[in-house]
Design a protein around this ligand. Structure first.
Ligand code: HEC
Length: 126
């Protein structure tokens, strides 16, 4: 009986601990103000609410003004619109033939690709 209680308390505190670690780390990695989960389906697919977070989460470490891999920056609205309008960005994140798969060696989650597609369809809302 006492052992069971011990396990229950142990499990509960482990869960709480894991949960808080997850959020701590999340904010540490994404120090942007008001960071939102890019896959939050309640967030609008606007640059301000979604797209810039998807970029900073996956892309801007290599595509910023001091490190512009492939001569491409993705840390401003104008730059992301430009790379999306010319078809490169969606081709790269969807790993289409003829495009360099991005981010290098990985694929972003489908829900983020969907957010990007919604943004394109809505004509790049700020
Ligand atoms: C680890 C570094 C790194 C990350 C992260 C990264 N890129 Fe790149 N990206 C590169 C490099 C290097 C090139 C140049 C590749 C080349 O010229 O073959 C490039 C090229 C590109 C190009 C031009 C493609 C082409 O065919 O020339 C686009 C568009 C692009 N990246 C978009 C993105 C997007 C969108 C993300 C995030 C989803 C991303 N990148 C994440 C390193 C990165």
């Amino acid at each position: 009986m006492q052992l069971k209680l011990f396990y229950a308390i142990g499990l509960a505190s482990l869960l709480i601990l894991l949960n808080s670690c997850y959020y701590d780390k999340f904010n540490e990695i994404h120090p942007l103000d008001g960071y939102k989960n890019p896959c939050d389906s309640t967030a609008d697919s606007t640059y301000t609410h979604s797209i810039r977070y998807i970029m900073s989460y996956n892309c801007t470490s290599c595509h910023n003004s001091s490190t512009a891999s492939g001569n491409i920056t993705l840390d401003s609205y104008e730059a992301v619109v430009e790379q999306t309008k010319n078809g490169n960005l969606m081709g790269c994140v969807q790993h289409e033939n003829g495009y360099t798969a991005m981010p290098l060696g990985a694929k972003i989650p489908d829900c983020q690709i969907e957010k990007l597609q919604q943004w394109v369809n809505a004509n790049y809302p700020k």
